[in-house]
Write a protein that binds this ligand. Structure first.
Ligand SMILES: [Zn+2]
Length: 166
């Protein structure tokens, strides 16, 4: 089922999320399926639960274009970041039309859990590193609007998305 994507300034996008319990409830399993349908439909590369109105510590990574099968990031924690930063253009499904440069650590190590609750560790310095950091930000109420350097597209749309935290 395709879920509507929540846009700024919706309050849920600014809230912290609660950890997902194991074994996964029917509700969460269903949510993961629906998030996959929704991110495909929206042509995104990642989607965090608050973006579909749910405050779970859960995101879906959809980087099939980069050869990475879609997978859920459940209860993720950033364990290590490189000192080296990379500045890359980002957009967000919760503020469509706005794109800008965002600086983040070039390389990260993330710990999360798989569908069975088993711990997984992911280290990356490419697209996956970038998308995981963007999604983990969402899980703690942070959006690119807080981190944008130069705005490359859609500057005129910004006032529509601004909220108190920005
Ligand atoms: Zn986003």
């Amino acid at each position: 089922m395709i879920l509507p994507i929540t846009k700024l300034p919706a309050e849920i996008l600014r809230k912290d999320t609660k950890n997902v319990d194991f074994p996964l409830s029917k509700e969460v399993k269903r949510l993961i399926k629906d998030m996959l349908d929704s991110v495909k439909k929206a042509e995104g590369i990642g989607l965090a639960a608050p973006q579909v109105g749910r405050n779970f510590n859960l995101a879906l990574i959809y980087l099939e274009e980069a050869g990475i099968p879609a997978f859920p990031l459940i209860n993720p924690v950033i364990k290590h970041t490189s000192k080296e930063l990379a500045e890359i253009e980002e957009g967000c499904l919760s503020m469509p039309g706005v794109f800008g440069m965002v600086k983040r650590p070039a390389k990260v190590t993330v710990e999360a859990q798989d569908l069975k609750g088993k711990k997984i560790t992911l280290t990356d310095d490419g697209w996956l590193a970038r998308v995981m950091q963007h999604e983990i930000d969402h899980l703690h109420g942070t959006l690119i609007i807080d981190k944008l350097g130069k705005i490359t597209r859609g500057k005129e749309l910004l006032p529509k998305y601004e909220d108190n935290k920005a």
